[in-house]
Design a binder for this molecule. Structure first.
Ligand code: HEM
Ligand code: SF4
Ligand code: SF4
Length: 422
């Protein structure tokens, strides 16, 4: 009898992988070209070759607790070079999507976000909630909405107060549930791996954060620079839009609670003449100027998100044949983020044009998409921002660097400084 190790194959896991990008994984004949071409792979025990074999054997525990899948930035170099067309990059994405589903709390939400047939149910919840907010604002009488009013404000259609209350309470609930899933994943990473710790959590997180702000790892792939710009724009656009929204909310709430007077004007006009000079002794002019700055910042952020999203969408469309397939996870997330940005910008435009007939419905759709994006974050591809931060931080704590980072750190050691004459 041999002393072989018993492998626990999980057939449901294999089914998931095949459905979400790994349908060609069995073509892999373990030549390791992919691991060689991947600039983000570490020197030892490199990826994605080892993930390919683990995936075909259905080794779920080994794969979902393999932190290397977060080092992979889906640049597609490996899939382009694979002589068998096994598409290792897509397989790595399929494992990541399994993690969003496996760690979701409650579990049914992970399932709901993974298939298009559940999409109407997911949409109906924010639609009903926003509809109720609209009814509350109109005192229960929808005929009270004035569709032809000039100088309208969105709060006449759906009041800000109930929106904020629903938004904050919903987010507290969702992020508490999300925390449980993320914590389970973090604990499992430690349980299933035995690397030697080289530094603590905080310095590792700071290092990851710094690298991410500059998109250093995205930058390591010259063949896919469009995705670098796409992500850079969408990420900073999203952060900018969050900041602009937070300023507007702070303006309303601070004034309501009597902490300070409103510092933003109520109208949407763009007093561009103020760029020529502001009289800081005139409080009205100062308010107008602060409003102009916040509005410009919001518009710039929205534009960045729209452009970034378009780059990513077009890139996927154009290269699908050559590089890899897009899954439901990829497309749902991309379209929702893009939809949030697009409807947000349309709301600004329609308010400037004073057309409530199109502005109110657009605002309704915008709110539905915003709730969809944030409330379903822990279960959709959007969860990558937390799982990836955790995975990358874990790797830093245990000193597992990409070979290109090791090369860059030691560059001076190997650099030829003396002129060699032959
Ligand atoms: C801590 C923060 C984040 C990190 C480390 C991160 C990193 C990454 C990486 C490495 C990818 C490529 C892998 C893949 O497609 O699965 C990716 C994809 C993506 N990320 Fe992020 N991200 C972060 C936050 C965000 C935020 C806040 C947004 C904006 C809403 C965003 C939007 C996207 C989109 C749209 C894609 C898909 C790109 C595509 O389809 O080609 N990310 N992210
Ligand atoms: S995925 Fe392709 S390149 Fe990588 S080991 Fe398998 S056959 Fe080789
Ligand atoms: S997609 Fe890019 S980063 Fe990911 S394994 Fe392939 S070559 Fe490496």
């Amino acid at each position: 009898m041999t002393n072989g190790k018993k492998l626990n194959s999980d057939i449901d896991f294999i089914r998931h992988l095949k459905k979400y990008g790994g349908d060609t994984m069995k073509k892999c004949f373990q030549c390791a070209t992919c691991s060689v071409v991947c600039s983000l792979s570490p020197v030892e025990n490199s990826f994605p070759r080892k993930e390919m074999i683990k995936a075909s054997w259905g080794l779920k525990q080994e794969l979902i607790h393999d932190p290397d899948i977060w080092l992979c930035h889906a640049c597609m170099d490996c899939s382009q070079m694979c002589p068998r067309g096994a598409r290792p990059a897509d397989l790595m994405g399929a494992v990541r999507s399994y993690i969003y589903r496996f760690y979701s709390t409650p579990a049914f939400m992970g399932k709901a976000l993974s298939e298009i047939k559940y999409l109407p149910y997911l949409l109906i919840l924010p639609i009903i909630l926003i509809f109720i907010l609209m009814l509350i604002t109109q005192g229960g009488d929808l005929s009270a909405i004035d569709w032809s009013i000039h100088q309208f404000k969105y709060k006449d259609f759906i009041a800000h107060g109930p929106i904020e209350v629903l938004f904050i309470s919903g987010n507290v609930l969702v992020f508490t549930l999300a925390y449980l899933g993320f914590k389970r994943y973090w604990d499992d990473l430690h349980k299933f791996n035995q690397y030697k710790k080289v530094q603590n959590f905080i310095p590792s997180l700071v290092q990851v954060f710094k690298e991410f702000m500059l998109h250093k790892k995205f930058d390591k792939c010259p063949t896919n620079s469009a995705r670098y710009y796409g992500h850079l724009f969408i990420f900073y656009g999203f952060v900018g839009a969050l900041i602009a929204t937070a300023i507007v909310v702070a303006n309303l709430f601070g004034a309501k609670l009597g902490l300070y007077p409103e510092f933003l004007p109520e109208h949407m006009n763009m007093p561009l003449y103020l760029l020529g000079g502001v009289n800081f002794d005139d409080p009205n002019e100062v308010t107008e100027f602060v409003g102009l700055l916040v509005k410009s910042f919001g518009l710039l952020s929205g534009t960045l998100m729209i452009i970034g999203g378009l780059i990513l969408l077009i890139k996927r469309q154009v290269t699908e044949e050559r590089e890899g397939k897009s899954t439901y996870y990829d497309m749902l997330f991309l379209w929702i983020v893009w939809g949030v940005a697009f409807t947000g910008m349309c709301c600004v435009l329609f308010r400037l044009l004073q057309t409530p007939v199109v502005a109110y419905p657009t605002y309704f759709v915008h709110l539905v998409l915003v709730y969809f994006l944030l409330w379903y974050m822990p279960y959709s591809k959007f969860a990558h921002m937390i799982y990836r931060l955790l995975g990358l931080t874990y790797l830093k704590m245990y000193g597992r660097d990409s070979k290109i980072e090791i090369f860059e750190k030691n560059y001076n050691k190997y650099k030829v400084t003396e002129k060699v004459t032959i």
